[in-house]
Design a protein around this ligand. Structure first.
Ligand code: GLN
Ligand code: MG
Ligand code: MG
Ligand code: MG
Length: 471
């Protein structure tokens, strides 16, 4: 929502705000925050910013040059719906004090640079994004690490299947089974009230809700559909949505998770990303080609498919992400595009009105940092347009069940985070155009994420006990 600094100061006054919370998103996608009493909050925070120590943020600065500034964006001002003492919060850019510019590793600054880059190419002036993050709600998840520190037991247990907050430990009669969540009425769907509460809070924060429903996985998978918007705003909204989902679940004594594949053998959580590029109020994706798309849109798809394996490192940024990208669970494996086909990485939803014509990238998952994810998708799509990368023929078949000779012809998404990081390392030039992603940021990203790969590789897995203990 467009707001001036004066309006934010008035908002603080009118609501008798006691604290102001400055938020920013780190490389991994986690929102961080620091709070000041309202007595410390005036116009200067918008002019000089709020100083903080960036050295403890994973993948950011060394201790020797750690002073940084948070520059609040007045357009993001809202009253926090959960904090006991009335608190106004804003999303901030992270600013480098030495030159007053956005820090090269700050995801929100990267997203802003991607929007500016689009304008600078003259190809379009606005990119719209519509992400659909799915999530699970559990009663609780416990991690146990044994005395040697190497056996991690993830115990989502029976409790996670008890999806009804009101009947604890008893009535399990109405319980969705594997893939049975989509989407019988209550009491099989026991999350109706919780989702409704989440939606009302989202709307109070100015995020328009379009739909909410149980998702396919039986063990408490849900989705809240919110409206598309411009790149940075839509990424801000995604952070707000996660915050609301986590906190409402928390007030019900539950936990929510956006990890892509928490349950073995049932659907995982994706974050499909709908996209279109506009110029002078006209949707450049609408045309009379395949599925009502323009040549511009087809080239945009070509760019995403060409760079998909490098994109995976950003759009599917966890070791767990690749446990979702397997056949049979409505998540894509094949790098193909198709109208309506949900086994393809890119789907073109049927929309009669040319204004709504768009493409849906289906491989991203909700572990992705939304600022980096949308920026990277845009940069890949624009490379396709600039270099006229045609995506080839559309795929109409079920891509999970192709005859081997056809299967071999269609490339796949990455199989592991390690592989994706290797592709990102080699295929990064398209991201660095216009200084959107810096090389040092990409290097730091790869280093940060390699640590996750190494940690998992070095950890004895419960499945290994099953496979090897008695051999
Ligand atoms: N959960 C599926 C995925 O992992 C998507 C299901 C759907 O929205 N149709 O992408
Ligand atoms: Mg959806
Ligand atoms: Mg869905
Ligand atoms: Mg979708």
């Amino acid at each position: 929502m467009a707001m001036t600094v004066a309006e934010v100061l008035k908002m603080a006054k009118d609501n008798e705000v006691k604290f102001v919370d400055f938020r920013f998103t780190d490389t991994r996608g986690k929102e961080q925050h620091v709070t000041v009493p309202v007595s410390q909050f005036d116009i200067d925070k918008f002019e000089s910013g709020h100083a903080f120590d960036g050295s403890s943020i994973a993948g950011w600065k060394g201790i020797e040059s750690s002073d940084m500034l948070l520059m609040p964006d007045p357009n993001t001002a809202n009253i926090d719906p959960f904090m006991e003492e009335t608190t106004l919060f804003m999303q901030c850019d992270v600013i480098e004090p030495s030159d007053g510019k956005g820090y090269d590793r700050d995801p929100r600054s990267i997203a802003k640079r991607a929007e500016a880059y689009l304008k600078s190419t003259g190809l379009g002036d606005t990119a719209y994004f519509g992400p659909e993050p799915e999530f699970f709600i559990f009663d609780g998840v416990r991690w146990k690490i044994d005395m040697s520190g190497c056996f991690v037991k993830i115990d989502s247990g029976e409790a996670s299947w008890s999806t009804d907050a009101k009947i604890e430990g008893g009535n399990t009669g109405h319980r969705p089974t594997v893939k049975g969540g989509y989407f019988p009425v209550p009491p099989v769907d026991s999350f109706q009230d919780m989702r409704s509460e989440m939606c009302l809070i989202l709307e109070s924060l100015g995020i328009p809700v379009e739909v909410h429903h149980h998702e396919v996985a039986g063990a408490g998978q849900n989705e809240i559909g919110t409206k598309f918007s411009t790149l940075v705003e839509r990424a801000d909204w995604t952070q707000n949505l996660k915050y609301v989902v986590w906190n409402v679940a928390h007030t019900y004594g539950k936990t929510a998770t956006f990890m892509p594949k928490p349950i073995v053998g049932d659907n995982g959580s994706g974050m499909h990303v709908h996209q279109s590029v506009w110029k002078d109020g006209k949707n450049l994706f609408a045309g009379d080609g395949y599925a009502g798309l323009s040549e511009f849109a087809l080239y945009y798809i070509g760019g995403i498919i060409k760079h998909a394996r490098a994109l995976n490192a950003i759009t599917n940024p966890g070791t767990n992400s690749y446990k979702r990208l397997v056949p049979g669970y409505e998540a894509p494996v094949k790098l193909a595009y198709s109208a309506r086909n949900r086994s393809a990485s890119i789907r073109i939803p049927y929309v009669a009105n040319p204004k709504g014509r768009r493409v849906e990238a289906r491989f991203p998952d909700p572990l992705a940092n939304p600022y980096l994810c949308f920026a990277a998708l845009l940069m890949a799509g624009l490379d396709g347009v600039q270099n006229k990368i045609h995506p080839g023929e559309a795929a109409s078949k079920d891509l999970y069940h192709l005859p081997p000779e056809e299967d071999a012809l269609i490339p796949t998404v990455c199989e592991s985070l390690e592989q994706a990081l290797g592709y990102l390392d080699k295929d990064r030039e398209f991201l660095t155009r216009g200084g959107v992603f810096s090389d040092t940021m990409i290097d730091a990203y790869i280093e940060l994420k390699k640590k996750e790969v190494e940690r998992l590789n070095m950890t004895t897995h419960p499945v290994e006990f099953d496979m090897y203990y008695s051999l």
